[in-house]
Structures are given as C-alpha cells and as structure tokens.
Design a protein around this ligand. Structure first.
Ligand SMILES: Cc1cc2nc3c(=O)[nH]c(=O)nc-3n(C[C@H](O)[C@H](O)[C@H](O)COP(=O)(O)OP(=O)(O)OC[C@H]3O[C@@H](n4cnc5c(N)ncnc54)[C@H](O)[C@@H]3O)c2cc1C
Length: 434
C-alpha cells in the first residue's frame, strides 16, 4: 500500500522531533530517521545562545542578543517569537525533567572539563550544581570513568573564579564491574539498587563518598546516576550524604542525552506521530516547485514516501544531513543548494580554534524556512528546513545547537501543519520582524 501522510519529517534529532510535534496538532505526521541523532553524544543541555558569532560572551540574556545576530542566522530568519515558541514546546514536552524555563537569563552549568557553560535549559539532575550557587562543592570522579577527572575539574572551576570552593576526589565505584563497563551499566546498578558486595548500590556509593565529604553542602557526580529512576537515585544519595547531589553532564555516550531522547520519542508516540528508523532517505521526486515524495532505501528497493508537506531535519556535517567530498558540500536528500567557498582551502583556517567556514555550512533558507537555490529563489513550496541542516551559524562556537533546532523545528513543523490545515495561504511562519 502506498505510504502517504500530511507531513513527512526527515530526521529524528531535536529539530525533527520539534517539527513533528508542532505539526501533529493539525496533521497526520510521519517521522523517518536513518540512525540515532547527535543527542546521545550531546551533553543533554539545551543551549539558546551562549556566545555571539564574533565570540563575545558569555551572553547573559540570549533573547536580547538575538536582535544583534547577522542576517542569515537561523534565529534571525525565524524571529524571536518562534524561538520562544520552540522553547515552550520543549518545556511542555519535558515537564519537570528540565529546569531553566523560569527566566530568560542563561544558567551557568559546570562541565566535566571544569569549564562553565551558559545554557538555557538543563536537566533537573544538574540543578544543584549551578556555578552561580555559592555553596561549596565536592566533585566525585570514578577511577574507571576517566573522562571525568574530578580533581582537575575542581581546579579548573576555581581558576575560572566560581563563587564557591570546589574540591575533587577520585574513588572506586563500589562492587565489581568490568573495566570497560558502559555508563549505562553503572546507571542500571543504581536504578535497581543492586546488591554490591552485600550492600545496596546507593548506600554503598554514599558510604564510599562520605569518607571524603567535609563541610560541602553539595556533591557532584559524573552523569551516571540512574537511567530509569534518576530522581530516586539522587534522593537516596542525598538522604544518606546529608548534602544536595547533582550530575555533571558528560560527553558521549551521554546519559542525560539518552534520557532526553527517550522523553522526546515518548512524546512523539503520545502525539500519534508514526516513527520509523533504520533506513536512510536517499532522494526525492519533485514536480516543478513541489516535492512529491521522498525515497527511502529499504535494502532491496527504494520506497516512495508521499506527503503534502516535507521537513528537512537531517542534521549537519555531524549527522550526515550535509555531506562533503572532493567535489564539494551537498545536502543529501533534496539536493538543496549549500553555499560554500569555491576553493576548498577556504573552508578551513590554519588554527584549529579559528573561525572556520565549514562550521557554518548548511542550507540557506528564507524567513519561512524554505530552502533557497543559488539565485535566492525558493526551491520547493512544500519543503522547509530545520536544525543543523541549516547554514549561517556555528552551533559549537555559539552554544546554540539545541535552541536553533527547537526554534526552527517548531517553526517548520507549525507552518507545515498550518499549510495542511489550510489555515494560512503559503503558511507564513515568521512571527515577528526585527
Ligand atoms: C558532541 C556534541 C555535543 C553537543 N552538545 C550540545 C549541548 O551541550 N547543547 C546543545 O544545545 N546542543 C548540543 N549539541 C547539538 C545538538 O545535540 C544537535 O546536534 C543539534 O540540536 C542538531 O540537531 P538536529 O536535529 O538538527 O540534527 P541531528 O541531531 O544530527 O539529527 C539528524 C537526524 O537525521 C537523521 N538523518 C540524517 N540523514 C538522514 C537520511 N538521509 N535519511 C533519514 N534520516 C537521516 C540522523 O540519523 C539523525 O537522526 C551537541 C552536538 C554534538 C555533536
């Protein structure tokens, strides 16, 4: 039977999920995704804008700073209202799993490297760790998890001038675990409160840490404190330690990122979005100024997925939505135009920390998120782009990855839903002008 939906979202990261949820009020939505998104590598923090494109910062109020962004930046394209709506969609979806919605001001969250990151939303599990909090902190690392060197992170925080004393210790996680045990193994031991050498895991860990705890009122651990029941694990550790407990977000694989991914996919299910993953979209059938179908490679055959409206949310160079080879940089499914310097040597600068052109590679869009051709005209009336498939910004340098994906995903999905419902002619999404 032919596959046909009102809206087809291609890509299952933050941008694709936001688009699918935003469209689902008014349309039948299908989301297809090749692999898992960058969420499992990301910290689980959702940044709005931590630094200006010229490196100025940290920014206190990202919403204020949006007014100063250059033309072509995705936030400039969708406007501040869409950024707020994108974050509202996120807040409604994740509920009390996340904090930060009470203010426009960036929170300052310590990272596993001992830097302080300006971010807009952070997991509840990181709340007691904020760098703006004046209470002294003990950071606890585990011998087997070498990515978090707690004494080094503590000394970096001190050097960064945080308003509290940070002290770091490295301990052996109680019980016997394989040397290469994954973070999820530790998390499940705490979830299930497994018996470790005759003592329940949460008590055993608290007893190990208690020996090192001085006057500190809060204790930070690498983000392994439970997968299914992180709140319960924290509560038990807090009761045993007599101190607040927080998680320090970690690099890949990131448990906070995985928890967020689980929550977002549960929301898709609740919203009735059909989700398929495992097969890549490999091309599109178009007719003049409209996309008719996306072809999905199912091994032996390419299957057409028809829809009225399409959202491109396949990610950037990391997610493989934007691909590069010796011939240049291209968008992989709809073959949308990707602006790029003609000479490959202009893609990079000599210094690793310089401002590289490739970091901003992506599809150029108009204010309604329609991808644009090389001459600036709209590629297809019923296609919109979202997330890191878009160009014009460097998410890693600006600390804007999650926010851009939410804002543009929300805007693209909302407009697609509106177009299906016939609510607006041409489905203008630009909520405000700047
Ligand atoms: C290491 C790392 C750390 C990060 N840390 C942070 C952070 O601290 N804070 C923050 O706000 N953001 C962070 N980000 C950015 C953020 O996680 C996302 O990368 C960003 O929001 C982009 O999301 P996206 O949905 O556009 O793309 P992606 O997350 O890349 O998702 C793209 C999806 O499209 C799918 N796809 C690709 N090609 C196809 C195809 N042909 N057919 C079907 N599906 C396809 C992919 O499999 C994937 O599911 C980090 C990113 C990385 C890589």
């Amino acid at each position: 039977m032919a596959i046909s939906d009102d809206v087809l979202v291609v890509g299952g990261g933050v941008a694709g999920v936001a688009a699918a949820l935003a469209a689902s009020d008014r349309a039948d939505v299908r989301l297809i995704s090749h692999k898992q998104s960058t969420l499992r590598s990301a910290s689980g923090l959702v940044d709005a804008l931590g630094y200006a494109p010229d490196g100025d910062g940290p920014i206190v109020d990202p919403f204020d700073a949006i007014d100063d962004l250059p033309e072509g930046h995705p936030y400039e394209r969708v406007g501040k209202t869409a950024v707020r709506e994108g974050f509202s969609l996120f807040d409604d979806t994740v509920g009390d799993m996340y904090r930060g919605s009470h203010t426009d001001t960036n929170a300052l969250v310590p990272t596993h490297g001992g830097t302080v990151k300006p971010t807009a939303r952070y997991p509840a599990s990181a709340a007691a760790g904020l760098a703006s909090d004046g209470r002294d902190a003990l950071l606890v690392g585990f011998e087997a998890l070498t990515d978090f060197d707690a004494p080094m992170a503590a000394s970096h925080l001190d050097a960064a001038g945080v308003p509290f004393d940070a002290r770091g210790v490295t301990v052996r996680f109680p019980g016997e675990f394989r040397a290469d045990a994954k973070v999820t193994r530790y998390a499940h031991a705490l979830d299930r409160d497994e018996n470790l050498d005759g003592t329940p895991a949460r008590t055993a860990l608290a007893e190990t840490v208690k020996r090192y705890l001085g006057d500190e009122e809060r204790v930070g651990f690498p983000a392994v404190l439970g997968d299914d029941d992180p709140a319960g694990v924290r509560a038990d550790l807090e009761a045993e330690l007599g101190a607040d407990v927080f998680e320090v977000p970690m690099g890949p694989p990131s448990l906070p990122g995985l928890r967020l991914e689980d929550r977002l996919y549960k929301a898709l299910e609740e919203a009735g979005v059909r989700v398929e993953s495992g097969n890549p979209a490999v091309g599109a059938e178009t007719d003049g100024d409209r996309v008719e179908a996306v072809y999905v490679d199912r091994g032996r055959r390419k299957v057409p997925y028809h829809a009225d409206q399409f959202v491109l949310a396949t990610g950037g160079l990391v997610g493989k939505g934007i691909d590069s080879d010796r011939d240049g940089v291209r968008e992989a499914v709809f073959d949308c135009y990707v602006p790029q310097p003609a000479d490959r040597y202009d893609w990079f600068e000599d210094d690793a920390f310089d401002d590289h052109a490739f970091a901003r590679f992506g599809v150029d869009v108009d204010r309604d998120l329609h991808p644009l051709t090389a001459d600036g005209s709209i590629d297809y009336d019923n296609l919109r782009g979202a997330g890191s498939a878009l160009g014009g910004y460097d998410f890693a340098a600006e600390k804007s990855g999650g926010g851009v994906s939410l804002a543009t995903g929300y805007a693209a999905g909302d407009a697609a839903g509106a177009a299906v419902a016939g609510a607006t002619d041409g489905a203008t999404i630009h909520g405000d002008t700047q």
